[in-house]
Write a protein that binds this ligand. Structure first.
Ligand code: DQA
Length: 148
């Protein structure tokens, strides 16, 4: 089973960027924790980060046919990335949207997600642990082990 883990704009700066909001871990550290969990769950992960919406779309289009699900933190594209939304919808894969911070406790403009309508679920505010929770939930679901 293959799950795509996609990180949007500015998430390459984790560990330096607004640590009080996004935590201390770098993206590399978060990906390594996900990789470890993926091995435990026997799931192959393909991770990708870009600061460019088109590159995120290219990645989804290239990978979707061979993948089973997507975990995505779209960064600020969450709030206006309609092309990204279309690419996710077109992938027809189950999508879990993850945010390190709780977007509902922040500025008004962050409280709406254009991605949410295509997401199976959303995890917001649990920091890096949100990615691990998303991976466990998606892997469970895909393996048909989850209760309804
Ligand atoms: C974020 C929240 C977004 O509003 C912001 O633009 C980000 C990160 C989060 O993980 O909390 O880049 O998606």
């Amino acid at each position: 089973m293959k799950i795509l883990v996609i990180h949007g704009p500015n998430l390459n700066m984790l560990g330096k960027r607004e640590k009080a909001i996004y935590g201390e871990k770098t993206l590399h550290e978060i990906n390594a924790l996900l990789e470890k969990e993926g091995q435990t769950l026997n799931v192959e992960l393909v991770t990708f980060q870009s600061n460019h919406e088109g590159e995120l779309i290219d990645f989804i289009q290239k990978q979707a046919d061979s993948a089973h699900g997507i975990i995505i933190n779209p960064g600020a594209l969450t709030h206006y990335g309609f092309s990204l939304l279309d690419a996710l919808a077109d992938s027809k894969l189950p999508v879990i949207e993850v945010h390190l911070s709780n977007i509902y406790r922040r500025e008004e403009w962050r409280t709406s997600s254009v991605i949410a309508p295509v997401a199976k679920g959303q995890i917001s505010g649990l920091g890096w642990r949100g990615y691990i929770a998303a991976l466990r939930a998606l892997a469970d679901e895909l393996k048909g082990e989850a209760s309804p």
